[in-house]
Structures are given as C-alpha cells and as structure tokens.
Design a binder for this molecule. Structure first.
Ligand code: ASP
Ligand code: MG
Length: 421
C-alpha cells in the first residue's frame, strides 16, 4: 500500500486535476491513500476570510465569492455537463461555508480559523474524488477528521497517535476491501468533541507521513513541481543540483534549517518505521526524483538554505552582569511566550545574539518585555544562510557582496547571518 501526497500546486486548475488522474492511472491495481491539499492558494484566501469574519475589518462575502468562483471555474472545466449532480453537492458545501461566516464567532480566533480554513481541503478532495469517479478511476472519499485525531490546540493540533492508529486499523484500512484508491485531506484533524483542527501551515506532508506510519505503508510519495530535493531553492540560487538519495538525518536537518521542500515534521514518523519517502515531479512522473531513506550515503554536495527577512537581535544586561543560565531561561521564556522561533544563537559574556524571522508585531512584544533589564539592539534586513557539508569555497560563494555579521560552524553545518553591502 502506497501513500501519495498532492500539494496545492498539483491541483491548482482543471489541467492539474486531470494530471493527478493520469498519475493515478499509472498505479492501477495498487492500493493508494491519496492525501490532497487545498487548491492553489486557497488556504491563504481562507485565512483572509477567517480574519474578515472574526475581526470584522473587511466584508467576508466578497472573499467568499472569489473562492467560490475559483472552484466553480475548475469544476466547469472538469464536468462540462452542468446537470452533473456534483454541482449541487459543491453548492451545498459553499452554503455551509456561508452559514459559518454569518453566525457570530463563538470561540477564540484559532478555533474559528480552523473551522473555516479546513474547507479548502474538504472542497479540493471532493472535486478530485468526483472527477476521478467521472473519469473511470473508482475511489472513495474519506473524511480525515474521523481518522487523524488531535487535542484541541487549534491551528497546531497535536496528534493522538494511539487513537489515530486504532482508527486507521479499524476504519480506514478496511475501506480497501471495496476500493483501491482512498482520497483524503491533508492538514486536518478532528477532536474528541468533533471540532476540526489543522496541523499547522503546510501540514499535508505530515498527514501523509502519519497515515503511512499508522497504516504501515510501503512508501510515501510527495508529488511536487520540482524534480526532487535540490541542493538549494532555485528561487535564490542558479545551477541547483538534484539530490538522488538523502538520509533521514540529512533530510531532517535540512528541513529544520528551513528547506521548504518537505515539512519538517514529516521525517520522524517515516524514520521511526523505516518507510522511504519519495519526492517526485508531478510534471514528469516517469522520472525518479529523490528518495529519503535509511542509508549510509552522505550528501554528495553542499546544500544551501536561505531564510530572508530575518532580524539579528543582540541582548545585553544593562548592569553589565553575565548572561547565565538564570537570565537565559527568562529570555527564552519571553521568546516562547510571543511565539518567536530562534533560528540561530550565540552567547558571549555579556551579549546574547540571536536570529529570528522579522515578524514586526511579535518582535515588538519581545522587545517591550526585555527592554527594562536589557539593552536590546537589532539589525533588520539580514538573511540567514545555512550550509550543510560546507567548505571555505561554499562560504565564500554565499558571502560575495555581503557582510558576515555572525558565523557559526559545527562539523557538518555552517550558519551565517549576512547583510548586503
Ligand atoms: N493547504 C495547507 C496550507 O497551504 C496545507 C498544505 O498545503 O500542506 O498550508
Ligand atoms: Mg501547500
């Protein structure tokens, strides 16, 4: 049994949906769990909708109309016959969404967000499932909220593995008795009170890994618009090279430092059950892509990960006392409370430097709390470059025309905070 994950770009329009059908045709007579994200940039649009609904700064109806039109345009190309019953079904789904935004919010923002944003995946999977059936590829639509069980940490649901495992074994897998293809949503979970949760942005990869773990799948394949895992993001780098084989260890390090090709939480469940992960192109499904597995092969070349729009914060006690364990833990608490993730840090006697995303609102909150006791300086518009398997030439390559504000090296990894000259 295989697990496939198709992200937003792979279902962004009618041709893309047809392409998904063509890929599934290549796996006839195999059992496949297909995990699908919201179409194109729908999650961003639904995020905007949830804010408009909750904070009432903008009329949500216009946003909803645009989302509806985008999906119906796709459906019209997939089902030329307007009397096809799916039109009605989708219309009803949008009525539900309309009702959701016409009620007054009754819970906190994160809760309301999940009830609204989850519609993206529910809609995309309904469209793909209906189209596959129409195209002669029999499948069953599965509501993943009845399988992936989480606590009620809205927007960042924590999976209850025991419960999820028993639902996969007792409810999900038996569906293969009547259907070879199960279509389900990425990113979503359900709570014990039957509310919807989401697993954190870009969380569909993680769904695929969790289902593969619980179902004991042979492998997971993430179908992407790139040929596999590259040694750098082509957005920032010319002459990228595809990596054919990657160890779980290297994959988890690269994603931890910010490689966006795979969601960082995806690797652990797969490594724990030794399930290989393939990253392949949905545009060239005949090509091999990258395999992430238990192997002894170290990365053949240096990999580069860039995080732009960073801020370098430097914290110094006003009374010239040392930065030690006691004030360190207080400082970390402040960052934790404001949800600011530290990407790199360095400590000296009376100076603690760290690099984070430049999220103005959150940083302002942090600064406000620290400023009584510490002198806090910061340097905006910096970028953080991480090089795995670095050498001097790769460091030189990324620091051309850049000032190196901070540099840190371990055996395999170098990190540089850079500012353009
Ligand atoms: N649709 C969700 C998002 O855009 C989940 C995913 O695509 O992985 O964050
Ligand atoms: Mg996505």
């Amino acid at each position: 049994m295989l697990v496939f994950k198709f992200g937003g770009a792979s279902v962004k329009d009618a041709d893309a949906v047809k392409n998904v059908a063509a890929i599934l045709q290549r796996y006839k007579r195999q059992k496949v769990i297909v995990v699908i994200s919201a179409m194109g940039k729908t999650t961003n649009a639904l995020e905007q909708l949830s804010k408009a609904f909750f904070y009432k700064k903008e009329d949500p109806h216009g946003i909803l109309e645009a989302i509806k039109k985008y999906h119906f345009d796709i459906v019209e190309q997939l089902f030329p016959d307007k009397t096809h019953p799916f039109y009605n079904e989708l219309e009803n789904t949008f009525v539900e969404l309309l009702w959701a935004i016409e009620d007054e919010p009754t819970h906190g923002f994160n809760h309301e967000y999940d009830q609204i944003v989850s519609m993206g995946e529910l809609i995309s999977t309904k469209i793909v499932s209906a189209y596959l059936n129409f195209a002669g590829i029999a499948n069953e639509w599965v509501d993943s909220r009845g399988v992936i069980q989480t606590d009620n940490t809205y927007r960042e649901g924590k999976i209850d593995f025991e419960l999820t495992q028993s639902l996969v074994t007792n409810d999900l897998l038996p569906k293969f008795n009547s259907s070879d293809i199960l279509i389900t949503q990425g990113f979503l979970g359900g709570t014990s009170e039957n509310f919807t949760t989401t697993l954190g942005r870009e969380g569909s990869d993680y769904t695929a890994a969790v289902l593969a773990y619980c179902a004991g799948a042979e492998s997971v394949t993430i179908w992407k618009d790139v040929p596999g895992v590259l040694n750098a993001d082509p957005k920032w780098f010319d002459n990228t090279v595809k990596i054919n084989e990657l160890t779980y260890q290297d994959a988890i390090e690269l994603t931890y430092y910010g490689a966006t090709v795979i969601h960082p939480k995806t690797i652990k469940p797969l490594q724990n059950k030794n399930i290989p992960l393939y990253v392949r192109s949905f545009l060239k499904p005949e090509e091999e892509g990258t395999v992430v597995k238990d192997s002894k092969k170290k990365l053949p070349i240096a990999s580069f990960i860039f995080k732009v729009n960073q801020v370098l914060i430097s914290i110094q006690p006003k009374d010239f006392s040392f930065i030690a364990e006691d004030n360190m833990s207080a400082i970390f608490q402040v960052f934790f409370r404001h949800g600011v993730k530290i990407h790199m840090m360095q400590l000296s006697a009376i100076n603690f430097s760290l690099c984070t995303d430049n999220d103005e609102e959150k940083i302002a909150g942090v600064l406000k709390e620290l400023q009584d006791e510490y002198r806090v300086l910061y340097n905006e518009d910096v970028e953080l470059c991480t090089i795995r398997y670095y050498d001097q030439s790769t460091i030189d390559r990324v620091s051309i025309n850049k000032q190196v504000l901070l540099e840190q090296k371990s055996r395999y990894t170098a990190q540089l905070v850079l500012k353009s000259l």
